[in-house]
Ligand binder design. Structure first.
Ligand SMILES: [Mn+2]
Length: 317
């Protein structure tokens, strides 16, 4: 570990350009960890970082610290190849989207992640698939490398942990809570951060409520399936965590699937489990993730077909 930190430290010392990015359509962990790392590198190495996301960043993250420094890939001017590209919370190569080009052209690539990934693409990897958030891996790195932080970094790491653990509901490791305790000791207000993230557009919450109300149940009510069609998808903000959380609270429900018709023939699948691992099911649809929370995007198929296939995939679970 020490050696890996030394390599990263050397690369940053000698870098004059750094780009940082996550998976497409960033969630809280992705966007907050990218911005926190950008600030950490600028503060400790004096190198200007370009923080990039592809797709849509949800409105509920509009008020997080440093939000204005996250640049949408489609609005970014073409970049010269960077000295160091850092992938944070990216999942797998195909989930990076447009900024993959920056990674491919970069002189050195680092990744900081907590996704199950058979094919990490970086030259230097700080990966731990058991960590509750990419921000946990980043926090360890920050401490081990003895980087200076600041209030914005601490708030961002906290927001990342809050979102990826579903406000602590999915915490697996006591370490995550210790980190949170340290952050609170250092001045973070959890209540304030939750409040700034209560920023979803009304129509987005109403669409999620409607999808929850129309959910179907299979296999003795152990599987709940909710659907958001193309029309309603336009009003969504984020990945549908409200639907997933609400259906997962029902007595007897072990698995929750949310189908999102992103385009006529492109279906996003989010899966949550309170029981057996479901990452293999997500992988069978070309996706991935974690054992209890995973997803996929199916292209070139109808909503009805994907619906029937995913219900069948849970047969015997
Ligand atoms: Mn994450």
């Amino acid at each position: 570990m020490k050696n890996k930190i030394k390599i990263f430290d050397d690369k940053l010392r000698n870098a004059s350009s750094v780009a940082i990015m996550a998976h497409k359509n960033p969630d809280g962990d992705a966007l907050c960890s990218v911005l926190a790392l950008g600030r950490l590198i600028e503060k400790n190495y004096g190198v200007k970082c370009t923080c990039i996301y592809d797709g849509n960043a949800p409105d509920y993250l509009d008020n997080i610290p440093l939000r204005k420094f996250a640049h949408c890939w489609s609005k970014l001017d073409l970049m010269e190849p960077v000295d160091v590209a850092v992938l944070v919370d990216y999942g797998a190569e195909h989930q990076i989207g447009g900024p993959l080009k920056i990674v491919q052209d970069a002189k050195f690539v680092v990744e900081i992640d907590h996704h199950i990934n058979e094919n990490p693409i970086a030259d230097l990897c700080f990966d731990d698939e058991n960590a509750d958030a990419a921000a946990v891996v980043l926090y360890r790195l920050m401490r081990d490398a003895k980087w200076d932080d600041d209030a914005d970094v601490r708030d961002l790491l906290s927001c990342a942990i809050l979102t990826d653990t579903g406000r602590f509901k999915f915490v697996k490791n006591a370490e995550t809570l210790s980190i949170m305790a340290n952050l609170v000791n250092d001045g973070v207000s959890v209540r304030h951060l939750v409040e700034i993230m209560n920023n979803k557009p009304r129509k987005a919450v109403l669409v999620e409520a409607k999808a929850t109300g129309n959910a179907e149940f299979f296999y003795h009510n152990r599987l709940a399936v909710a659907t958001i069609d193309r029309h309603d998808y336009r009003d969504m903000d984020g990945r549908g965590e409200l639907v997933l959380n609400l259906l997962g609270q029902i007595k007897g429900v072990e698995y929750v699937v949310l189908l999102k018709q992103q385009k006529e023939d492109q279906i996003g699948i989010s899966i949550r489990s309170r029981g057996a691992a479901i990452d293999a099911i997500a992988a069978s649809f070309g996706g991935g993730g974690h054992t209890q929370a995973a997803g996929a995007v199916v292209r070139g198929d109808t909503l009805e077909n994907v619906h029937d296939k995913i219900v069948k995939a849970f047969k015997g679970m």
